[in-house]
Every structure is written in C-alpha cells, then in structure tokens.
Ligand binder design. Sequence first.
Ligand code: PGA
Length: 245
Amino acid sequence: MPQLIAGNWKMHCLAAEAIALAKGVAAGAQGITADLVVCPTALHIAAVAQALQGSPVAVGGQDCHQSKQGAHTGDIAAPMLRDAGAAWVILGHSERRHNHGETDELVREKTLAAVAAGLTPIVCVGETADQRAGGQETDIVGWQLAGSLPKPFSGVVAYEPVWAIGTGKTATDEDVATMHAFIREELVRQFGDAGAIIRILYGGSVKAANAASLLAVPHVGGALVGGASLNAQEFLAIARAAQAG
Ligand code: PGA
C-alpha cells in the first residue's frame, strides 16, 4: 500500500490562502506515488475540494461530531464534511483531546460516525512529555488504541507524540521504530489479520529534512504533517521522500 501524506492545516489560512495552497500542492502532485490529503478548516473544504478537482490530492476534515445531525450548535456532522467534498477526517488529535476534553470513548463514537458517512478516519494517539518521562508511553498509546478504535476498524492510525507536535522536536527514528512496532502488535492483537495492514502514520514536526529517514522506519505508513504542510513545496518534498522511503 502506498504511504499516506496528510497535511493538517489546523486553524490557518483565509479562503484565498487555502485555495492558493491547495493549487500549489496539486500543481506538484503529478508523479508522486504516495496518497495525498490536505485537511483545511471545515469552512474551506468545499472551496479546496473544488480547487483540487482533477488532481490526485484528496481533502479531509479535522474533526466531526459523533451524531449525524441534531441540535449541536457550532458542530459539524460527518455527512456534512462528505457533502462538502471531504473523503477523510482527522479524529482525536491531541489538540482536540486537550483543548476540548475529548475522551477515547468520544473519539470512538466519532470514528463510527465518520465511517458511516463514507469518510476514512485518521485516528490520532500519542503520549505527553510527562507520560514518556514516566516510562508510560506504550501503556498510554495502548489504552488510547483500545478505547478509540471501533471493531472492526477501517481507517488509519496516526502516532503523534504530544511533545513533538509544533515544537520542532521530532521523535528519534529509534523512538518511532519502537512505538510503531508496538502499535502494529496491538492492532494485530485487536483486529487480527486486518490489523497487519492498517497504515500507521507518524506525526510531530515532520519536515522535508527529516521525512526520508522517518518514512523509512518499519511500520511507518506515512506522515501527518502540521506546520510544514502550510508550504506547498515543503509538503511536496515530504511526499517525494515517501516514495523514496
Ligand atoms: P506539526 O503538527 O507537524 O506542526 O508538529 C503535526 C500535527 O499536529 O498533526
């Protein structure tokens, strides 16, 4: 399966900037064999999807509600993301878990809602700096996987150590190798043969300069890219490293 390179644009870009960024990615996407997804704010999904029409770059959301509709002021349902042109959705990002109190149980419900709407979920897990300092990183990630993924699970997992997100501190290739091997084991334990082929992304300060070595680590099935995805050339350079990896 090709590696997946997903850009998480977070709360960045006004509409014109998002469209320009999307067009920049599309313009350089020919010949890249990795699967490419960009995840703008929900407000810009329709415009970005339109800008990407005819290109191999797909669009994703950054969150969805667990219900398919209802009295939930300010929330966005998975079928709405799909309707706007999204094919993917990031769920359980640490910024959602920490800023919005999202629990594993809620992430699991959102994942079910996403799949029911025809979206492919990218479910994020990862430990904090304190948890790693306490030697708890695999326990934490194991619990998050057990609690956040519905059975059966058709989607992608992203390992994003919280201390590496937006900090410029990337996990070492050895840390990533250890954690991705652990996650693979857990997925096989939970899902049997199906767990052997679930793509496991790495996320946390991925950039062109470190992408090739991270993407070559066993069981790394791609990258979830924040800051570096806001520059089309940098994002494309990461995607080209995926092929070489
Ligand atoms: P970063 O963000 O690449 O800016 O560290 C990654 C993420 O939050 O998905």
